[in-house]
Design a protein around this ligand. Structure first.
Ligand SMILES: C[S@@+](CC[C@H](N)C(=O)[O-])C[C@H]1O[C@@H](n2cnc3c(N)ncnc32)[C@H](O)[C@@H]1O
Length: 257
């Protein structure tokens, strides 16, 4: 990451103490994510479970600077691009590395960043590590947060984007609504040493304008027919900040919420 090209904007947030947003019966402070052209330390943005890579590409466009500060990853990447843009790597978001250094080595960076932002837009796992069908998204989120806690330092941001449209999926009445299948991310985050800063309900709108396409298959529709979520109101971005833990607490805990 060359410092002289470092004109990118920093990810900031504004918190509105007296307004809340309720997601799956849990209240979150209303927070607005924004990009500010501030002097900044070198930050690496690691996008997890990027699917078709339109989310990280929209972010790079929005941020308008060094593409080498953005790493897009997914467990399904078969052809990695380790250098240049788009940097695409195969990464299991539940096993990022036992330490920060091990994780950084996996990212093939020229220099060590001073900050790591992790961002998983719409976490969803269909299969477990043995390839068996899997449907416990709450457990998946818990594993992702526990893995994040091993590699992030206090003060660093973990962003979790959720589809909060209470009507989806529409076409199979027996299917659990997506927003409920996540359980209580705030409680899981607290167990893993993350403070919840709130939920943003606007930033994804900018990403959609920048070309983000969230594709999904509605289980009641013809198999294989893909649809795209197009509206900002269908998303929320939860912001979590890694906390300073008491040494006796260890790196992470994994009890049920
Ligand atoms: C619902 S899709 C979201 C894709 C994209 N982030 C978006 O918003 O359009 C969930 C993604 O998580 C990925 N995924 C599932 N298990 C994963 C794991 N253990 N590690 C990393 N990615 C995983 C899938 O391959 C898929 O691309």
């Amino acid at each position: 990451m060359a410092e002289d090209q470092n004109q990118g904007q920093e990810l900031q947030w504004k918190k509105f103490e007296y307004v809340g947003t309720v997601i799956n019966k849990v209240e979150y402070s209303h927070t607005i994510l924004c990009l500010d052209p501030l002097p900044q330390p070198s930050t690496i943005f690691v996008f997890l479970g990027e699917g078709n890579f339109t989310f990280s590409t929209a972010f790079a466009k929005l941020r308008g600077s060094n593409y080498d500060e953005i790493v897009a990853t997914d467990i399904s990447v078969s052809k990695e691009i380790k250098d240049g843009w788009p940097r695409r790597l195969r990464l299991d978001a539940t096993k990022m590395g036992e330490t920060r250094n091990v994780f950084l080595e996996k990212l093939f960076l020229d220099q060590k960043p001073s900050r790591i932002v992790l961002w998983f837009q719409c976490p969803w796992a269909d299969k477990d590590e043995n390839g068996r069908k899997y449907s416990n998204q709450q457990a998946f989120l818990k594993k992702v947060m526990a893995a994040a806690a091993k590699v992030q330092d206090p003060g660093e941001l973990l962003l979790i984007g959720l589809c909060v449209d209470p009507t989806l999926p529409k076409n199979k009445p027996t299917e659990e609504k997506w927003v409920t299948s996540y359980g209580n991310p705030k409680a899981v985050a607290a167990q893993n040493g993350y403070e919840c800063l709130g939920a943003d309900r606007e930033f994804v709108g900018k990403m959609l304008d920048g070309g983000y396409e969230h594709q999904f298959t509605d289980p009641g529709l013809n198999f294989g027919k893909r649809k795209i979520l197009k509206e900002n109101r269908q998303f929320a971005t939860l912001l979590f900040k890694r906390q300073q833990l008491h040494p006796a607490q260890g790196p992470h805990q994994t009890q049920d919420p």
